[in-house]
Write a protein that binds this ligand. Structure first.
Ligand SMILES: [Zn+2]
Length: 477
């Protein structure tokens, strides 16, 4: 009885509600499907190369916005022909990195423009299935011509722990290094621009293996490389050995100075070994870094000078055996000359240049480094005081500091080094006007380039087998 009296108006309301619910459901479903269909697909996050060379490697990075990446293919397209170079289609996650190697000869690419295309699809369900599509295209230039390297002249006689000059010409290169073994030396444009010549000072480390090649290596932006060996006659050199007795009084004075943070439990000998090994190594790395700050032209003029009234009492590349209490505790190489004079004697700049370093440098104590250009630098260490700062231009013979015994020095003396791009070489060569003429002046003359003032080659017989012993009073400490 009661049901039959449901008012007509309520029934109509229910219908409207039902229709509305259905409408919302239909609109909602359609919107959802439309959303699924329009979710963007895989995107490329690749930083492509600008050039493709004979063999070019790079990485393609893609990422799915929803779901995972289902398939990626990298193609290279040239003159309407598209060739796959890398494909991945299983076990892929949301973000995929694909290493790509383009072997231009195998692909039959020609020099000129081409496009690297990235094709991809994701696993995200859409009402209408999307096929693989090119999601990115990167224009590249195919360059298959390696740089041209032409050796114009070079120092003929080199020695371990010595220097030399390489004169050459390159074309089509973005980067050129002159390498002695694995050590690269920078090169600098030199002479008239139309000649396009470059010069590099090189250094052979004291323990150079004569079988190691010396070469010029040039590479262009497409990664094409060209190498050219440098012929040289390597003359062996003998380096001295010495034994240093480390006294407790020396350790008590020096270890706290050089290792202020040392744990109290550590013995003085252990502290000394940290200084002699780790701090020494740090200083070597700093010297290499300083070597990069150099003028692109020679600043020096004529031979480098030995401070007046000094005697060399410890030699370059001397192997030092450190003894303590009758026991060998360490062995290191000494990279310079120790010059003895009177206490706190004036230290002259051994040639013209610009100060590039003036601060304490671990075992070297207070140190000044002067840049003479082309990577050539001189280092002055154990100074008691300095009168120059970074950026100062100095003349040959100008006083830059006073000798002292800061750092790991036994007694007041000057530790003096000549460096080529951070590699220590024997100072003797650079103190010798004739050596400079024969080894730096001559290659420039042979290459028909203007010579460096004060280093002009003369027509005199090569004196290649010069002794590597400086004027000195050996043995004294
Ligand atoms: Zn020294």
């Amino acid at each position: 009885m009661v049901s039959s009296v449901v008012p007509k108006r309520s029934r109509a309301k229910a219908w409207v509600l039902l229709v509305l619910i259905l409408l919302v459901a239909v609109v909602g479903s359609v919107a959802y499907l439309v959303w699924r269909q329009t979710v963007p697909g895989v995107q490329s996050l690749t930083t492509p190369p600008r050039f493709v060379g004979q063999k070019t490697s790079f990485t393609v990075v893609v990422e799915a916005r929803r779901g995972n990446v289902a398939r990626v293919e990298v193609r290279i397209e040239q003159s309407g022909k598209s060739t796959p170079v890398a494909t991945k289609d299983s076990g892929l996650g949301r973000r995929v990195e694909i290493p790509v190697v383009v072997d231009s000869a195998a692909l039959g690419l020609r020099e000129g423009s081409a496009t690297i295309e990235v094709w991809a699809r994701d696993t995200f369900w859409r009402p209408i299935r999307r096929d693989d599509r090119a999601i990115a295209g990167y224009p590249v230039t195919v360059d298959l011509t390696p740089p041209k390297v032409e050796l114009l002249a070079s120092t003929r006689y080199l020695s371990p722990g010595g220097s030399g000059l390489v004169v050459f010409r390159v074309s089509g290169a973005a980067r050129t290094d002159v390498l002695a073994g694995a050590t690269p030396f920078p090169s600098f444009a030199f002479g008239p621009a139309d000649k396009g010549a470059r010069i590099a000072l090189i250094a052979l480390p004291w323990d150079y293996d004569p079988a190691t090649p010396i070469q010029i290596r040039a590479s262009d932006e497409a990664g094409n490389t060209a190498s050219r060996g440098i012929p040289a006659e390597i003359r062996p050199r003998k380096f001295p050995k010495d034994t240093i007795d480390i006294k407790d009084a020396f350790l008590q004075a020096k270890v706290p100075e050089l290792l202020p943070q040392r744990p109290a439990t550590e013995s003085l000998v252990d502290g000394f070994l940290v200084i002699n090994r780790d701090l020494r190594k740090q200083a070597e790395e700093t010297k290499r870094k300083i070597g990069a700050t150099t003028a692109d032209k020679p600043l020096w003029h004529g031979p480098f000078t030995q401070a007046r009234n000094t005697k060399v009492f410890a030699n370059f590349a001397e192997t030092r055996t450190y003894m303590h209490g009758g026991r060998e505790i360490d062995r290191q190489i000494h990279f310079g000359y120790d010059l003895a004079s009177t206490r706190q004697s004036p230290v002259p700049a051994s040639n013209k240049g610009v100060v590039v370093f003036a601060e304490p440098l671990t075992i070297y104590g207070n140190t000044v480094v002067i840049d003479h250009g082309l990577g050539l630098q001189t280092l002055y260490a154990h100074l008691s005081s300095t009168t120059v700062k970074v950026g100062d231009a100095v003349e040959k013979g100008q006083e830059i500091a006073r000798t002292g015994s800061t750092g790991l020095a036994i007694g007041d003396h000057l530790h003096y080094e000549v460096l080529v791009n951070g590699t220590s070489v024997t100072p003797l060569e650079w103190w010798d006007a004739k050596w400079i003429r024969d080894h730096v002046g001559k290659p420039l003359k042979e290459a028909g380039l203007p010579e460096i003032a004060g280093a002009e080659a003369r027509d005199e017989p090569d004196d290649a087998a010069r002794s590597a012993t400086p004027r000195s009073a050996r043995r004294r400490r």
